[in-house]
Ligand binder design. Structure first.
Ligand code: ZN
Length: 131
């Protein structure tokens, strides 16, 4: 039994071609949703084969944030995965992709880990999501 404690959206970009696009998507997210925005990774890190930033969010936000991202990802590739305490399965088996499926380096991920409690973090002024 795996409870979903939080989700990540990983938003991939090409530093030479789509960083401004990724900034626009990030600004849209920050203005609308109480998520935790991770820092920019301009080089591949961990299992991720391309530069990206992470957006961490609680399950209660899934039904509003994920559809918004479907409509506003501006062509960027997005990975959505749950956090259940089984990082390798969460990334390789439990995830879904928008736009493309990138080859994750799953071997670097632990099979099990303690689930970190996600603090709620509000970014900026939040307004009603528009779809
Ligand atoms: Zn993640």
């Amino acid at each position: 039994m795996h409870a979903i404690h939080s989700f990540h959206a990983h938003i991939y970009f090409d530093p030479l071609a789509t960083r401004a696009t990724a900034e626009a998507v990030r600004d849209g997210i920050a203005g609308l949703f109480a998520v935790r925005l991770g820092r920019w990774h301009d080089v591949p890190v961990g299992p991720h084969p391309q530069p990206m930033y992470q957006v961490a969010f609680l399950p209660a936000l899934f039904a509003s944030f994920v559809p918004w991202l479907m409509l506003h990802r501006r062509g960027l590739t997005v990975l959505i995965h749950p956090n259940t305490g089984a990082p390798r399965d969460d990334h390789l088996l439990h995830a879904f992709w928008m736009g493309a499926i990138l080859p994750l380096k799953g071997a670097v991920l632990p099979i099990q880990e303690d689930v970190a409690v996600m603090e709620t973090a509000v970014n900026t002024q939040l307004s009603t999501p528009r779809f």
